[in-house]
Design a protein. Sequence first.
Length: 277
Amino acid sequence: MSNFIFALILSVLMVIHSRRKKSLSPSGAAGAFVLGMATFSSSYTYFSVVLLTFFLVSSKLTKFKADRKRLLEADYDKSSERTLMQVACNGLTGGIIVTLFQVFYERELSCFDENRSSVVLFWAYMGHYACCAGDTWASELGILNRSWPISIIKFKKVPPGTNGGVSPLGLAASIGGGATVGLAGAIALAIQQPCHGLPWEIVALGGLAGLGGSLIDSILGATVQRTLYSDKRKMVVEDDKDATLISGWNIMDNHQVNFVSSVLTSAICGLAAYYLH
């Protein structure tokens, strides 16, 4: 019962904060509440700390340099408030993983890494949120790179905001985002279960998953997600009859690309844990 009350209070506070900061739409806030209840009800603070670190820092970065981003992205104001779809794409996999952990391992472990299957879930969870954080940091900071990004498949300069465009700032940000989430999770584990001190492998995993997930997202964005550019407005647009197709095919939208990227990264990290542990 105490875990339920804690989860309820923390979920409500998260929703109130997100609505006041206008980082979530009403539907997005509802989705975040459900995700929070599933995550915060675990007795392992690792899951809660990772989610909150991703959510709070990413929400802050979305608003960072807002005036400049409006000049580069036609739909900035619309996309700055996360919808239910965006919350689901960035949280569904993590919510499923933490639920599986609670059902099968919550009360059985004296140390988080004593069971191979539990380690698989811990690493898969980190892979998911590190990927989401890395992609968010790369998108929110990479677009501010002084020079135009380079297409990850054509190796040519493309306008800022182009799907599949990468830059030194964006790549560094993706590592930083993943490593930040990894460090937060590692500290939570070290405090709650000081089995082996600070688990630095979780920090490294976060950084690698942040970079790897961002690259997967970029490859998908450059191939199965279209990018339209308006010569008149000098920016990437979502839909404009006079815009020119400069990249990708119209197979997936941004939400679907994010979801597939996070699932793939989570699966890769889970497999790595299975074979390395």
